[in-house]
Unconditional design. Structure first.
Length: 502
């Protein structure tokens, strides 16, 4: 167990160390690619070890500098943290390979690979921190890295999207920092396990509710929930597609993870109010996102709006608060990270062949590249919730939780949004793959074989994972249930961090 505790810091240290090494090799593009790939593989191996160990031994923590919690900075991994670190490592490795095909030397020269590693460091830090202020710090690491990546290339639409992105995220950071300050003033601690004990016992619960509202706004902006989502569809379609893909898979899920963590561990006293607020926001997010997607005719903009829509399902899972609903929300996070990243990968492959993301300029793709059409259908139909793919089981869990609680409006909305999602995916299929090429030119029907390998390996791998989750839903569902139980059982987290000191 001692060795496992020490391993907890590796998902943070490995990306940081590799980013620094990459900066030292900034003039050698080939060396950067090799170092980045090795770092991504090592991160995945580390994440697998942590995940397997946490499933076997339960929640573990590491206190920095030999300072015992709550005085030292804690790194904590329960099963949900381990799941998120593992998925981020999978996405990091697949994006590494994909980047070799779509990121040009100019982007590499301007520190693309170090920035990706710093981004992953921030993501993993947010998943593993046991200190609410350090969560803020890791958010800022993500924000700085992602802003530079978003603006990289200097095109007008990129800069416009980056300005909107950074402005709203700085507002989010301001709410976050204000909430942290107020919470420390109230409780005298920032260790999340210690807060879990002290916050429910505070006399001024009205002020606690206000602080929880500030955290909700901060995490809500990061998660792109209704009505705070406008920055996302304005920015995610603008950078190179490898950047869009890793953003789509991971960044909003850090916000969702933070909501799950804080509203099951710390803010648990006024559940009726917070549950109602989360439910209204979740339903609004589902509906506005899917309606926005239905109105778009750009491949990546459609996918960007569907990020918002699918976030709504995750928020609804948290809002319903039953063990089934929380497990369903966690299952949904697992499914969505894989599927959404892969759909952005597919959009990039289409762009490599046809030179456009605009649906009206595309067509005939299934005739010339039928394998790509099948690879699109797997994540697309999964996103829409077609059985037996992973999205079906994720939606089924959330809908069933709604019916079990006799919340028929929520269950009905989830089903309705699923139908509109299917409409959007069929629209992409018809416009990109099925209709004749409007220009009858079939631009770039042949891709260099080496480049093609780097494009297709990530797409095939994530499609295989999607199929595995769908066809082996029982085993994945068991993991989601264990993670949900660890969230609901606050005592196991508190004891792992604080021991017998309360």
């Amino acid at each position: 167990m001692i060795s496992l505790n020490n391993i907890l810091v590796l998902p943070i240290l490995l990306p940081m160390a590799s980013a620094l090494v990459l900066l030292a090799f900034r003039k050698n593009n080939k060396a950067q690619k090799v170092i980045h790939l090795i770092a991504s593989i090592l991160s995945l191996i580390t994440a697998i070890i942590i995940f397997v160990s946490i499933r076997e031994f339960g929640t573990v923590s590491l206190n920095s500098g030999s300072w015992q919690a709550p005085f030292g900075i804690s790194i904590v991994a329960d099963l949900l943290s381990a799941i998120m670190v593992l998925i981020s490592a999978v996405i990091g490795l697949s994006t590494s390979l994909y980047s070799f095909a779509v990121i040009d030397n100019r982007h590499v020269k301007y520190f693309y690979y170090p920035l990706i590693q710093f981004l992953l460091m921030g993501v993993n830090g947010a998943f593993l921190t046991g200190d609410i202020f350090n969560m803020y710090v890791w958010y800022e690491v993500m924000l700085i890295s992602s802003f530079v990546l978003l603006a990289m290339g200097g095109k007008q639409e990129q800069l416009e999207g980056a300005i909107k992105y950074v402005t709203l995220n700085l507002i989010s950071s301001s709410f976050f920092l204000a909430a942290v300050g107020l919470l420390y003033g109230l409780a005298g601690t920032l260790n999340m396990a210690h807060l879990a004990i002290k916050v429910p016992l505070l006399d001024n619960q009205n002020l606690v509710q206000l602080v929880s509202g500030l955290f909700f706004v901060a995490f809500g902006i990061k998660s792109a929930v209704f009505p705070l989502f406008f920055w996302l569809p304005a920015s995610y379609h603008t950078p190179p597609v490898a950047i869009s893909a890793i953003f789509a898979g991971l960044l909003t899920k850090v916000g969702v993870y933070s909501l799950y963590r804080t509203f099951t561990l710390i803010f648990v006293t006024n559940e009726e109010f917070t549950g109602t607020l989360l439910l209204i926001v979740g339903l609004g997010t589902m509906l506005t996102g899917v309606l926005g997607a239905a109105a778009q005719f750009d491949f990546r903009r459609i996918l960007s709006f569907h990020i918002i829509s699918q976030i709504g399902y995750m928020i609804v899972g948290l809002a319903l608060k039953s063990p089934l609903a929380i497990a369903g929300g966690i299952f949904y996070i697992i499914h969505h990270i894989i599927v959404k990243t892969n759909l952005f990968y597919v959009s990039g492959v289409v762009n490599e062949y046809s030179g456009s993301y605009k649906l009206k300029e595309l067509g005939g793709r299934f005739k010339v590249t039928p394998f790509l059409g099948f690879l699109f259908l797997i994540p697309a139909m999964s996103l829409a919730g077609i059985p037996p793919l992973s999205g079906f089981w994720a939606k089924f869990a959330v809908v069933k939780a709604g019916f079990d609680l006799q919340d028929y409006i929520t269950a009905g909305m989830a089903l309705f949004v699923g139908l509109l999602t299917l409409y959007s995916m069929i629209k992409i299929w018809n416009e990109v793959f099925w209709k004749p090429d409007p220009n009858e030119k079939n631009v770039s029907n042949i891709i260099d074989s080496k480049k093609k390998i780097y494009l297709y390996i990530p797409v095939v791998s994530l499609a295989a994972i999607t199929l595995y989750i769908g066809l082996n839903a029982e085993s994945v569902w068991e993991i989601a249930q264990e993670a949900a139980n660890s969230l609901i059982d606050r005592e196991s987290y508190i004891k792992a961090v604080l021991g017998d000191m309360k």
